[in-house]
Design a protein. Sequence first.
Length: 227
Amino acid sequence: MRDIRPVAQPAWRLGKCVRGALQAKSEGGGVTRHVKQVRVLLPVYVLMLAVIFALPRFSVVGYSIVKNTTSQLGAQSAPNAWVMNIIFVLLGAASIFGGWAKLREYWFHRIILTIFGVSLILTAVFQHAPIKAGVPFDLQEDRLHSLFSSACGFSFAVFAVSAAFVEVTAKRRMLAVMTGVSATFLSFLMFNVAEYAGIWQRLIFILSFVWLMFFFEERRSGESCPD
């Protein structure tokens, strides 16, 4: 008769699972509250999809979804720029809120996610230069926008790759790494195949936030535990 034994798991991981289960039990309904917290990102994501594809119709004449970026939708002097900038703020805030609710014991990940969210919010505060030549704009503001945009992209890639170290299955670890690498590669294409920059950046937003919601949802019970 074959001897069937449970697969051993690292002590630190099992300890976190036990603590997460006890915490959920002691909170009495806390899991339900966590699910509501994490899903705050979902309606913002749906709103983002609508805005990045519909707002170009109401933006600067000549704006192209293929060539122009979402930052240029929120650019200085652009019509209805406030709509895109509100989306940036909501995405940044929802990411921080959801992450801090889920990553209770992972301070490094909390810090990196906060840098990502704050940087995204600041891209709305400091806006891109207008896409139309000859329109007056604040050069320093445009430079700060580029700085925070770069910080946003870099911190997200770091967060995604570092998430692999707290995932508990090989598939989820691979997905986290692939998300970070994909975001980095698409950012590279934005600058090196600039005629399709609008497509590359929209793909970054779509793929990155889908993974982020997936990552948060997995942790809704406080800790991802192996079967």
